[in-house]
Ligand binder design. Sequence first.
Ligand SMILES: [Zn+2]
Length: 495
Amino acid sequence: MSQRSLILVTVDCLRADHAGWLGYDKPTTPFLDSLAAESVAFSNAIVAGSPTYYSFPAIMASRYPLALGRDVAGLAPGEHTIASALKEYGYATAAFAAANPYLSARFGYNNGFDIFDDFGQKKSRETAQKNEIDSPDLLGAFNQLINKLSHKSKWMGTFYDELYFRYCQNTASRQDSLDEARPYPTADIVAQKAIAWLMANAHRPFFLWLHFMDAHSPYYPSMAAWEAMGHQSFDTEYARYWNAYWNRSDVGKRRLARHQDNVISLYDAGIRWVDMQLGKLVSQLHELQVWNRCIFAITADHGEEFLDHGQRYHSPSQTGEELTRVPLLIHVPGESLPKSVHSPYSLMHLGPTLLDALDVPAPATFRGRSVWSHIKNNQAWEDVAIVENVAGCTNPFYRKNRLHPRILIVRESRYKMVIDFSVPKIQLFDLALDPHEASPLPEESEKSVHKRLLERASEHIASSMKSRDTETSFMARLSELRLECSQSSEQQQSA
Ligand SMILES: [Zn+2]
């Protein structure tokens, strides 16, 4: 069989600078490091949006997240994706996506897949409902009253918050295993399901998408990965405590920083667990004798912040490289390809590039373009990557959140412009001199760069408006309204 298959792996929250092959000094990715030696490694792969719900439309459908209007979250009904293109071409298609609610059928990500397993969606809903039920017990009316009264004074409020945090820690039920604490299936469970599917389907061209949540908070790695990272085994209570402390909204950056290293160690072990399972998956592909006809790509939907710019997790209002730059490896068997690509490379172009490498035409709706011929012919190129988010939209289930102002990032190799329409504010960074984006350049400096990047931003907005697919946009809006109506009637019935 000559037709190649495709495996796309996405790791939620995997920041580029925590991948070994991109220079991280801890052993998070030994298997992928060895694979990187025979793959094309992109050192400046940039997401098209962040977090998950603003990133994935570009990865799967090669479309900017706001291109169908700001209140379309996820994919539009029937929108063409890598999966639908390959299914039409006769590929067997399967997705095993580890319980990220924004990668569910509700957001259209089942489109084009013969098998779509989103694992914990039911579990997530049950957990959310359980928390709603538990909350009134934990923070009853009396407690809420004390909370309110104590916060009338600053020091009393601080005292109350501290006391309440300690009370919660003391009364939390003890867990002997971290398995119970995770709201998502671990990489071994996802990989096992994928292997079972491959056993039955790898005889024909296939597209397999795996999404892992092991690096996502809460950070509860498997003990085996923790030990593989060179740590002694630890009491699971530490992990629970570090996560709880890290999640506190009542303490400042200075106090949070006390547990920063511990939390990063847990996060790193999550990455290591994914790496270990990918090693097993690839050896299984060797055994099935299909590895040599598989294109294998691994990337992330966004990174993760550990107080780099004062925040935690992956807020859509944050714009640092720790969130927007992600790892990307593409392994293509039997091709002599360059080892690295340094140009900014938007994940908008990933779908078209992978389909081109498979010799499958990209859907006309894809807005990115293939760079496969550049890679194949070892031609360097220089590009600009655009990132767009909606400020403060931490929960896209609510329409009013999706309608917040836009944040736009224009990323060149050296310069990066951040335009935050919610303030409004424009900042320009010189990544060569200030790679951690500690301070924007003074307004009067680099005027020509300023002008050039602003022009790119306005071109992007103009072309988004011009190329808007109004019919798809309308259908997506209609679908959203239907979902919102059914959710509110469900809530009314259960109230
Ligand atoms: Zn994500």
